[in-house]
Design a protein around this ligand. Structure first.
Ligand code: ADP
Length: 543
């Protein structure tokens, strides 16, 4: 027997329609490239979204067509998200930190018909020239009088495109499983793979992640996503914020600029900010130099790479800011787990609490997890057994765009994350390593993440990475690569002595190399593949 409730589809257009009615005066503030701060509201954004939807329809954009963006986080990018998905087309966000060849590959693979581009990336698009023959329209995110001249097809400004169109749109109702947006994984190995989100998965992810023990967003919040809208939809914040009526603060291109982030946080009364650890490293270094504070900021959500406990501690003890460590993947929309403290942690010894807070957290409702051993058997949730982390749920991808066989799905549908993890009896998951980053010394695992977390707890260390290097006796041994804090002194022996008593002696790295900077991926994570390549022939003193 079927229930007798309305079968109303979960559509992205319903979020902005809701915000326009219920949160019309709530602000969207964007830091623009020229240093200005642009201010608008959900009410005004709605009217421009309607105008853009008309403009797209007038250009003949059909349902299912891919419309790309090459842009920073700002109000126009937000409008494009809603207009494109709202009419049933697919918003394909391009990662602007990719190499031109990778961009061309992705644009062609997705068969993008039109690209919305930030003025500063017009030369990059022009450089792609004949390599992207399918692109028929290029719209620059600027006013008509700012339109650069470039040899690109049907070049026009965003403002001229939407001008004069009706400010209301009759949003179509369609199947909630219709594709809404497309994001390619960074492709640290092989070609990038496209994850194709649906309206249903996007709306469900926003509901789940906005819950109090998830990211926890409400209309009392001002949220700053320092996670790019060009990578996994800025962790879903552009959907969650209008859903709950939170003020949305967009950092524009100032994503790694500590000074600009501090100013935005303080001036705009930001209460929640989200980003990868590298971003917060830049912010904390700036705060240290300038002696400035973080205004009304209550918490940060840190994910995308392991958040070192030392960072959690600094935020809390020096700035009174709580960190929620989270884990996710492009394939998961992306939030999978969030670490919110359980009430009983309050009575614990601080060290024990810190140990638990460093975990990646409990699954969101909608994310089912399991860990499996080498022969595929399921391992217990005892906080000790480590195995491949697998997930399934309504906002986990079922396959990749235009790829016949997914290399990451099991026949029973579970998605293999490529991460090695433990899960404790309370459901708190901890990432030990990525499968491809695992170091095996004498057949035993050494967790590179644990070692990195310890290294950055040393006051003279800014950033650290641990990789496995070939060893004649142990097959692999850990090598620690360190970037020192500006002006700090630190020797190899001091660094190694710091590990004494904190980890098993055979985990302690065999050597330390000091470098000026670490290579980062397009999404701001340490690029271990590049490091392994760089140190492939490194001879350890113990070898
Ligand atoms: P890519 O970096 O390949 O584009 P994603 O951005 O989807 O892919 O990154 C997903 C991966 O990032 C996860 O599989 C995991 O290895 C890593 N990751 C994400 N969050 C965390 C975290 N909190 N701790 C450790 N690793 C994390």
């Amino acid at each position: 027997m079927k229930g007798l409730m309305q079968d109303h589809p979960l559509l992205i257009s319903s979020i902005i329609r809701f915000a326009r009615r219920n949160h019309q005066r709530v602000e969207i503030v964007s830091a623009m490239g020229d240093g200005r701060r642009h201010r608008t509201t959900y009410g005004r954004a709605y009217r421009r979204i309607a105008q853009l939807a008309h403009a797209l329809t007038a250009l003949g954009v059909a349902p299912g067509e891919r419309i790309a963006t090459l842009a920073w986080n700002d109000y126009r990018h937000f409008e494009i998200y809603y207009a494109v998905s709202g009419i049933g087309a697919v918003c394909h966000t391009l990662n602007l930190r990719l190499f031109p060849e990778q961009l061309a590959y992705i644009i062609n693979h997705a068969d993008d018909r039109m690209i919305f581009v930030d003025p500063m990336f017009v030369p990059l698009l022009e450089q792609l020239g004949d390599a992207i023959p399918g692109v028929r329209h290029v719209v620059v995110l600027c006013d008509e009088d700012e339109l650069p001249s470039a040899s690109l097809p049907d070049l026009r400004s965003y403002e001229s495109l939407i001008a004069g169109h009706d400010e209301e749109y009759d949003w179509p109702l369609f199947d909630e499983n219709t594709a809404s947006s497309l994001c390619y994984t960074s492709g640290t190995t092989g070609n990038p793979k496209g994850v194709l989100y649906s309206h249903r998965s996007t709306v469900l992810h926003a509901y789940a992640a906005a819950l109090p023990d998830g990211i926890s967003l409400s209309r009392r919040d001002a949220v700053l996503p320092v996670v790019p809208m060009f990578h996994v939809n800025a962790w879903g914040i552009p959907y969650m914020a209008p859903m709950v009526g939170a003020k949305l603060v967009m950092p524009g291109q100032k994503m790694a600029d500590g000074e600009a982030l501090q100013a935005l946080i303080e001036d705009e009364g930001v209460t929640v900010a989200l980003g990868v650890p590298t971003i917060w490293l830049a912010l904390l270094q700036y705060l240290e130099r300038s002696g400035k504070g973080l205004g009304r900021l209550e918490r940060t959500m840190v994910g995308g790479a392991a958040c070192p406990p030392a960072m959690i501690k600094t935020f809390l003890e020096r700035y009174g800011v709580y960190t929620r460590h989270g884990w996710g993947m492009t394939e998961m929309s992306p939030v999978g787990t969030v670490n919110t403290p359980r009430p009983d942690w309050a009575e614990m010894e601080p060290e024990e609490r810190e140990r638990l807070m460093a975990k990646q957290g409990h699954g969101l409702f909608g994310v089912e997890m399991r860990i499996t051993g080498d022969d595929g058997e399921e391992l217990p949730w005892d906080g000790e057994s480590r195995g491949q982390l697998e997930v399934r749920g309504p906002f986990v991808c079922a396959g990749y765009y235009r790829l016949e066989e997914s290399p990451s799905h099991k026949p029973d549908g579970w998605f293999m994350t490529g991460d090695v993890a433990t899960i404790d009896a309370d459901g708190y998951m901890q990432i030990v390593d990525r499968t491809k980053d695992v170091i095996k010394s004498g057949g035993e695992w050494v967790s590179s993440i644990d070692l990195e977390n310890l290294a950055v707890a040393h006051p003279a260390v800014a950033e650290a990475a641990v990789i496995g290097v070939a060893h004649p006796k142990w097959s692999e041994r850990p090598l620690l690569i360190v970037v020192k804090q500006p002006g700090a002194e630190l020797s190899r022996d001091e660094m190694l002595a710091f590990f004494d008593g904190k980890v098993a002696s055979w985990w302690i790295p065999d050597d330390v190399v000091f470098v000026e900077e670490l290579p980062h991926t397009a999404t701001g994570k340490v690029q271990k593949t590049a490091l392994r390549e760089q140190f492939r022939d490194y001879v350890l003193p113990t070898a």
